[in-house]
Design a protein around this ligand. Structure first.
Ligand SMILES: O=P(O)(O)OC[C@H]1O[C@H](O[C@H]2O[C@H](CO)[C@@H](O)[C@H](O)[C@H]2O)[C@H](O)[C@@H](O)[C@@H]1O
Length: 356
């Protein structure tokens, strides 16, 4: 008990990672170690070598908590914009996608961060669903991996004219941008076909994310994985304008357009009037493959903090890491606290550099 509390204390202070013992206790990220939820295995040699691998991976992806002071020192005078993924980042990975709730503490932390910096959530879920989970009004939302964006209504220029079909909401406060609109009827047909096709595979479920569809296999028996994949692919072959992607125990079908979470990040920066500023520092926190597109954009811009949430080593373009959503919570709290202490005498519009 003492060990656990001490580790928790250190973690909250950002001094060190959760110990392996804690990893096993929590055991709720099935995607990485594929344990049963809340299982409690003893620490084994394998776990010790997992820790060694993780530690060496962290040399290239240091903890955003232990690096926090340096990161903020480098961020001084820059305009921070915060981007957050939802599943696996703000909420832990759970078996039932409809029950991936975010904790009240996390909600409060995101609310505080959004008071300090422009903040957007970019999720694979439908925009309405992720907004339903997050329940905050002071942030922007993008659903369907960025294909459904609600952003400030600033007219956006783009060199190749790719930003169009923007419509204002009823109050004219926000604008909806949906680059995959024309694929909606076909997407709905695919959804219906998938629902029928997976009906007989125990545990398989289809989730309507509006401009994309998820086929979950977290609760499918391993021997049925092949059959499920075959069914999905045999539907998809009749829809050449759509492609298949993979996430954490999930297949995702989406229109084959060149638009991803990275484009969504740039779109938000443009609509915030920050697209061409050289002193904008995007902070993006995400855990899944589709977040890599946003990490790449930040790397290309040359300024910003791509942070991956990972409890085991993975191939990533992120520069920093956080172990799990509880470390994300700690990071967000520290970020808001840092801003408040460093800008107590400045107005928010000065801090953001945009009209609030
Ligand atoms: O971009 P995100 O917000 O991370 O969305 C990606 C997918 O997240 C959800 O699935 C994942 O989380 C579920 C709940 O914890 C879990 O059961 C599932 O196995 C994970 O893949 C969401 O349900 C998907 O639709 C999103 O595409």
């Amino acid at each position: 008990m003492f060990k656990r509390n001490f580790a928790k204390f250190n973690q909250a202070m950002g001094f060190q990672r959760s110990s392996n013992w804690q990893k096993v206790q929590h055991g709720n990220d099935l995607s990485t170690n594929e344990r049963a939820p809340n299982s409690c295995h003893p620490v084994t040699n394998e776990a010790v070598s997992d820790d060694a691998n993780y530690s060496s991976w962290m040399v290239d992806h240091p903890s955003a908590l232990t690096s926090f002071d340096q990161m903020m020192k480098d961020a001084k005078g820059k305009k921070i914009v915060v981007f957050l993924d939802y599943d696996g980042t703000l909420s832990p990975i759970v078996n039932d996608p409809d029950r991936a709730f975010m904790s009240p503490e996390m909600r409060a932390a995101v609310r505080e961060v959004a008071k300090c910096f422009p903040t957007a959530i970019i999720s694979g879920r439908s925009r309405d669903k992720v907004k339903g989970f997050v329940q905050l009004n002071n942030i922007y939302y993008a659903g369907s991996h960025g294909m459904d964006i609600m952003a400030p209504p600033r007219p956006v220029r783009s060199s190749d004219g790719k930003y169009h079909t923007v419509s204002l909401d009823r109050k004219g406060n926000e604008a909806v941008f949906q680059p995959a609109q024309k694929f909606l009827p076909a997407m709905q047909k695919i959804l219906k076909e998938l629902e029928v096709a997976v009906r007989k595979i125990p545990g398989a479920r289809v989730e309507n994310n509006r401009f994309c569809v998820s086929i979950h296999f977290r609760q499918v028996r391993q021997e049925d994985y092949g059959m499920l994949e075959e069914k999905v692919k045999s539907i998809l072959k009749h829809y050449p304008d759509f492609r298949l992607g993979w996430g954490k125990k999930v297949m995702e079908i989406r229109p084959s357009i060149e638009w991803d979470k990275g484009n969504a990040l740039e779109y938000f920066l443009d609509t915030l009037g920050l697209g061409n500023c050289t002193d904008v520092l995007p902070v993006y926190i995400g855990d899944d493959r589709t977040d890599e597109d946003a990490f790449k954009v930040i790397r290309k811009r040359g300024l910003g903090y791509p942070i991956v949430v990972a409890s085991s080593p993975k191939d990533t373009k992120a520069s920093y890491s956080l172990y799990d959503p509880s470390e994300v919570l700690t990071f967000l709290l520290r970020l808001a606290r840092w801003r408040k202490s460093s800008s107590s005498s400045r107005s928010l519009s000065q801090v953001w550099g945009v009209s609030s």
